[in-house]
Design a protein around this ligand. Structure first.
Ligand SMILES: [Zn+2]
Length: 243
């Protein structure tokens, strides 16, 4: 169950850093990404060989089976943890990949995108964080380019928590399906959490087709988070990026 604790630890960590009890980290300066691994022994994996995000390129052709998405429409909770805006979901939404079920725990965003595709950065990237029964993690990443407003973002941003530590129950029910394009072909690689403790062994599933978000939706996110929240791309090392 270790990994589940780590994944859900994003919120826990943030509460700890608000309270000044835990090792705090940031996206720039003294506790910025290049310092994470040395901030505390718990974050040593941030200097690992299988880190995320990456510039997805040099693809290896593979027979990637479609991901089966079973996402419910639900009443979710939205929070500003100081590092991102996160939507927590009640149980009942899941994906199936290669015969394994992973339950959707939360989704959150990064602006600009953390992963790059063939060197291309997007203004916004969603991470849908899933865990299987043994605590193994799978993250579905969706890129957003500027365009038409996104429905799920419209509902969530209607109650966008502007202050760090603020948490609200969303009045509009939404489904994470509204974050997905119709065509769900994807790239796959083995990586890590992109925030401390940077735990490895995370299965990354990056949807090829970008979605759109309006300029004002992208700006509203940046305003609520107050700073860019993308970790720089990490070395691919021995990994294959499957397509
Ligand atoms: Zn993320």
């Amino acid at each position: 169950m270790k990994n589940i604790t780590l994944a859900l630890g994003l919120a826990v960590l943030s509460v700890a850093s608000i309270a000044g009890e835990g090792p705090s980290w940031s996206y720039s300066g003294e506790a910025g990404p290049d310092k994470w691994a040395k901030l505390t022994p718990e974050y040593a994996t941030c200097a690992g060989k299988n880190q995320s995000p990456v510039n997805l390129s040099g693809f290896t052709k593979a027979d990637l089976k479609p991901i089966k998405f079973s996402y419910k429409t639900d009443n979710d909770e939205i929070l500003n943890n100081g590092h991102t805006i996160q939507v927590n979901l009640p149980a009942g939404s899941s994906i199936a990949v290669d015969g394994t079920q992973f339950d959707l725990k939360q989704f959150h965003f990064h602006a600009p995108s953390e992963n790059l595709i063939d060197g291309k950065s997007y203004p916004l990237e969603a991470h849908l964080v899933h865990a299987d029964k043994d605590g193994n993690l799978a993250v579905v990443a969706v890129m957003f380019k500027e365009g038409k407003a996104n429905k799920a973002l419209a509902k969530a941003w209607a109650q966008l928590p502007e202050k760090e530590g603020e948490k609200l129950n969303l009045t509009a029910s939404l489904s994470a399906t509204e974050l997905l394009p119709v065509t769900r072909a994807y790239y796959s690689f083995s990586g890590s959490l992109t925030t401390p403790p940077c735990s490895e062994g995370v299965r990354w599933l990056v949807i090829k087709q970008p979605m759109t978000a309006s300029q004002s939706q992208i700006e509203a996110f940046a305003h609520a988070v107050h700073h860019e929240n993308n970790r720089p791309v990490q070395a691919i090392n021995a990994r294959a990026i499957l397509k």
